[in-house]
Design a protein around this ligand. Structure first.
Ligand code: AMP
Ligand code: TRP
Length: 326
């Protein structure tokens, strides 16, 4: 039997190359090896204020992007979290088995709550909802970027704790984090993770950015006052640009360093823009084709939810039974 993969992504902001390089491209690459579920996590999005119309549109846009990068609905199930009520229901039950102290340790909550005027209970509880997403599908693996490692570890802790009380109910999941690209940094500030919620114009390269926008963003990217173009972690700006180059060009690090030896930052930026534009071109073309018929995505999301629901309900029923509910 194939191992099961589940991962999630929020339909908020613009999907950027950090999402793609750190997570989404790996979903595509290992599609044949695993049995896959990809969840568009709109319940996570409402943990911070959202525009209603925009949220629905972003769910469709994200589904289009998932198809455009190569997720094949014949091999993988794409669905919207709020279409399956078991996610919210299991979250409530798991809340009752999650010590508050475990959530207080979550670094992403600390970061995100600093940016909010009013901090919702949902934002605090976000990792338990993510745990429900994972455990409902008996996922073996959860392919994510570095920033989600702590959340996946929490989901393991919650599953282990529940199982220690009620017997083997949940599969214990494992995070899959890529060796390179698990933490792409902002172009404007390479000490901060590239993030959907950063407002800065030159912060992130979005998957649907047109070529001239990509070129301009890369041109303005922060570097340093040195000259040599080397993979040196102590020079975060250049290191980040080189890592993006490495992932798009698929060249080895020594080859990249010798390729840029004697060249300057403007050459690096020019060539980086070229590989990124060429890498995203087929995705953008497919995105246009796919979204030319909006009913296609509606049908896909409905059938995705219909496929995913029985899996989730079966786990939820088992949990309810164990806990004495229903
Ligand atoms: P999110 O944008 O928070 O919905 O994240 C979706 C996926 O992209 C998760 O697996 C994240 O870990 C991953 N991700 C987000 N930002 C980055 C980044 N800057 N570098 C690498 N992976 C990222
Ligand atoms: N919290 C994740 C993020 O922001 C998204 C997510 C929600 C997720 N549920 C998940 C990722 C389940 C993996 C598995 O990136």
């Amino acid at each position: 039997m194939k191992k099961r993969v589940l991962s999630g992504i929020q339909p908020t902001g613009n999907i950027h190359i950090g999402n793609y390089l750190g997570a989404m491209q790996h979903w595509v690459a290992s599609q044949d090896e695993y049995d896959n579920f990809f969840c568009i996590v709109d319940l996570h999005s409402i943990t911070v204020p959202q525009d209603v119309k925009q949220l629905r549109a972003k769910v469709r846009e994200l589904a289009g992007i998932l198809l455009a990068i190569g997720i094949d609905p014949e091999k993988s199930t794409i669905f919207v979290q709020s279409n399956i009520s078991a996610h919210a229901e299991l979250t409530w039950i798991l809340n009752c088995f999650t010590p508050i102290g475990w959530l207080q340790r979550m670094t992403q909550f600390k970061d995100k709550s600093e940016k909010q005027e009013v901090i919702s209970t949902g934002l605090f509880d976000y990792p338990v909802l993510m745990t429900a997403d994972i455990l409902l599908y008996n996922a073996d693996y959860v392919p994510v970027g570095e920033d989600q490692k702590q959340h996946v570890e929490l989901s393991r802790d919650i599953a282990i704790r529940f199982n220690s009380i009620y017997g083997k109910v949940f599969k214990i999941p494992e995070a899959l984090i890529p060796k390179v690209g698990a933490r792409i940094m902002g172009l404007d500030d390479p000490t901060r993770k590239m993030s959907k919620s950063e407002a800065g114009q030159g912060h992130a390269i979005n998957l649907l950015d047109p070529p001239n926008v990509i070129t301009n963003k890369i041109k303005r990217a922060a570097t340093d006052s040195q000259r040599d173009i080397l993979f040196d972690k102590n020079r975060p700006g250049v290191y980040n640009l080189l890592t993006i180059y490495e992932l798009f060009s698929k060249m080895s690090r020594p080859k990249i360093e010798s390729h840029f030896s004697g060249k300057g930052y403007s050459d690096l930026k020019k060539e980086l823009a070229e590989v990124v534009i060429e890498g995203l071109r087929p995705i953008q073309e497919r995105y246009k084709e796919i979204t030319s018929d909006p009913s296609y995505i509606e049908t896909l999301l409905k059938s995705g939810a219909d496929k995913a629901r029985p899996f989730a309900e079966s786990v939820l029923n088992k949990v309810m039974d164990k806990v004495g509910l229903g």
